[in-house]
Design a protein around this ligand. Sequence first.
Ligand SMILES: [Zn+2]
Ligand SMILES: [Zn+2]
Length: 573
Amino acid sequence: MIRVIRVYSRLSLCFFLLSVSAFSQTPTVKLRLYSLHHEAHLKITAKTGKLAFKTCGNCLADDVAGLEITSTIHGLRIAGRAHLEDQAFVEGNYLLEPEEGFSLSLNFPLEITTDHGELKILLDVPLEDYVATALAGESGSFKNEESMKAMAVAVRSYAALFKSRHGAAGYDFCDTTHCQTLNFKGISAQVRAAVEATRGEMLWYQGKPAATFYHQNCGGTLAAAAEAWPTMAETYLHQQADPYCVRGPLLPWRAELDRRQLQDALRKQGLTVPEGWSSLEIVSRMPSGRVRKLAFQHPGGTPQLVSGSSLRFAIGRSFGWNQVRSDLYEVQTTADAVIFTGRGAGHGVGLCQAGAEQMAKEGQGYRKILAFYYPGATLGLTAARSLNWEKRASGRFELLSTQLDQDAEALPAAETVLANLESELGWKLEFNPQLKMFPTLDAYRNSTGQPGWIAAFTRGRIISLQPLAVLKEKSILESTLRHEFAHLLIEARAHAGTPLWFREGLTLYFADPRKNIEPVQMTEAEMEKTFQNPGDRKSLEHAYAAARTKVERMVRENGKETVLQWLNSGKHF
Ligand SMILES: [Zn+2]
Ligand SMILES: [Zn+2]
């Protein structure tokens, strides 16, 4: 009979350090404010109470009512201080008044430095506040609750995927359309409600946050990701008709540009426009109907080609972005002008805001909206359900994998490791363990919530493992499996009252009896407390080492057989 396995929920140890950043572990984002402005002077005034102000990370803060900061090429000049400072940190409830940008009332920690003589103003904001601020900046057209909720999920997933896109400059996101437009002043009750109703929810695809692009209006035809970004092949961003936005108010537009001005705008962006050109004509279109290539025709010469995206960029730079609003247009050349007649606005990839709004208006919920615009991506709090697990039974194991053929390579090693361990302990495992191999570190971390330094962990009979390639590269496949199997064997025999430290110590000892470790002393009560509530990595490692030290001594003094018997004899420690 299969023994009932105690639900075993503690981390089992297999530490190694991987420098991966886990979005789920860093619930704040660092924003750069006023990224489009050249701010040189900033006034910060306390709105309530005092501000805590300091000029280095570890110094004590002063209480101040306000501050005036000016950037110089050599550092920050802070009014009332003799020396220039490199940094200023401010916390409290304050009003920010820059020279160029809007003033803002905020209460998030500020970090100010200089960047080529300009102020670099960074803000630490909890993720959900960032989502609210970006939602307020990007959802101006929404009136319905469900479209707002769909956008909240899109904004949050986008943030999770593209976090640290300004990492090299020391922050995560800027406050412009380059990342997501932020609007601190426009956070309405409706925006807050949409963020709250979807708190933590994201779209996932194969263990990673989905690339949830969105745009204002697709004009009835959604573009595949590759139309806008040739290297992207995300299957949930494919070309399809949008029956929704076309049922709402259409967005036709017309732009008439003077021939000479158009030609100057293009040349300013380094594009070749032949002298004496007679007309601009569309040569080819993308599958969604968006313009791919155009040609400047000129009598007696070969046509000069220009891509739709370069043309639109050049026009946007010189005449503003609300002239040629999308690549969905017809073009006509007259004696002195080029006339673009088009529809829609934006790149057309992902969620069409006009269509989402129409779906909500027709009574569809945000899940339906997301499923239409990102077909195949999975909505959830974690990545877990977005992976397509397949199962293969083999010998003593059941392998769960998203790439069975590759991961099956681990099975022979697992068979050998288990057989050796069983013969050393003189016990046999009475059930077939399940090996769950994650395809990527992201998928492992996002699905299990484990940090990158936990190589594997066991719950019940399921052993969740980091990707095979990672374990092999670190040469820890065998040792990790052996450790987890030792856990299974020991847990299967443990008495209900057996303390955790004893189970952990036995596992560590039998997983690697010959290993020499530095002895660590801790009381049984201390160890037990740490295993019940694991804190940081260091204290957990300390407790593991202490548990192993103690079990090793017990084996030395009483013999292996006796110590193993204590496991299920209910011995009182
Ligand atoms: Zn940016
Ligand atoms: Zn649309």
